[in-house]
Write a protein that binds this ligand. Structure first.
Ligand SMILES: [Ca+2]
Length: 319
């Protein structure tokens, strides 16, 4: 397996945490591409974390800032990592990053796992521009979608057209959806532990980014993107099911992912969608196990002060 992470690092803190987890995991890394508004400004944040891990060999490319189908939802500053914004990276509209994704698919073939933890603009663009190369790729693991509620999950809603193109691509697409990831919270005691962590290197930089992010956000980090990485690394980490799914690209339900397994849409939408595709969706994970593994690997925290009760989770659920 060799991973290519496509990320909107710089908004929610979970991308930085996923990158930290990837750097502390024993996995080959093909490269990192950034996506969504201010894609070029996201690059130095990733470069800094790679550098602290001694991984200057990993290429980082600025992808597309503009979605295929709509305007970027937020304008203005990113949420953390300002100290890394200079020097500015040239913004080529994502051309080099999209070409890089296609080239990696050709070079690594089925070994390549594309980890899509932002809007899917770059990956959809690569599928459109380099269809023959992209057919050679292995899995596409997407953090995104919601298949039990009529909820326009962020990564899908930021570029519904891109999400539709990826879903309909015929490639091996697996979804780690919002209704599962949003229940994997690090918990108050782990959060306080990270906020108080003063150390050097990658771990210290991640703690500093969490502190910077925490000044603008009043909720405890959820491990959306790290969970997608954990599943990409070890599919036995979560239970899965196969469903028929579609993306609503426009109109009032724009950005909603439909579960059409029963023919009507069990997340409340009675759509007939000939464009539905059968995809793999995570439908259960041991949240406490995920949080503990994350804290151990990324923040070297071996004593587990948190409890399942603190997270407020049930354990498994089914679609
Ligand atoms: Ca993300």
């Amino acid at each position: 397996m060799i991973l290519l992470m496509d990320t909107d690092i710089g908004d929610d803190i979970d991308d930085a945490l996923a990158l930290g987890l990837m750097l502390k995991s024993d996995v080959k890394i093909a490269g990192i591409t950034t996506v969504y508004r201010e894609a070029a400004k996201r690059v130095p944040i990733a470069v800094r974390l790679l550098s602290l891990a001694g991984r200057n060999d990993v290429p980082v490319l600025a992808g597309a800032s503009r979605p295929l189908s709509c305007e970027a939802r937020i304008l203005g500053a990113l949420n953390y990592g300002e100290e890394t914004f200079e020097p500015a990276i040239e913004d080529d509209g994502g051309d080099a990053a999209i070409r890089f994704i296609g080239d990696c698919a050709e070079k690594y073939g089925k070994e390549l796992v594309l980890l899509a933890i932002g809007a899917q603009t770059n990956i959809a663009s690569a599928i459109m521009r380099y269809p023959e190369k992209m057919k050679k790729a292995g899995r596409i693991v997407v953090m995104g979608g919601c298949f039990t509620l009529a909820h326009d999950e962020w990564n899908i809603a930021c570029d519904p057209t891109a999400a539709r193109i990826v879903l309909e691509s015929g490639l091996d697409v697996e979804y780690v959806p919002w209704e599962i990831t949003s229940r994997v919270c690090i918990g108050k005691s782990n959060y306080d532990y990270i906020l108080g962590l003063m150390c050097d290197g990658l771990t210290g930089a991640l703690a500093e980014m969490v502190r910077s992010w925490s000044k603008r956000n009043d909720y405890i980090p959820l491990l959306h993107d790290p969970l997608a990485l954990m599943y990409a690394l070890d599919a036995s980490f979560a239970s899965t099911c196969r469903i028929k799914a579609a993306v609503v690209e426009d109109g009032l339900a724009e950005g909603i992912t439909l579960n059409l397994t029963d023919g009507s849409g069990c997340n409340g939408a009675a759509y007939k969608r000939p464009d539905a595709r059968t995809v793999t969706v995570i439908n259960g994970v041991d949240e406490q196990c995920a949080v503990e593994e994350f804290m151990r690997k990324v923040f070297n925290k071996t004593d587990v002060a948190s409890s399942a009760a603190e997270y407020g989770f049930d354990t498994l659920r089914s679609l």
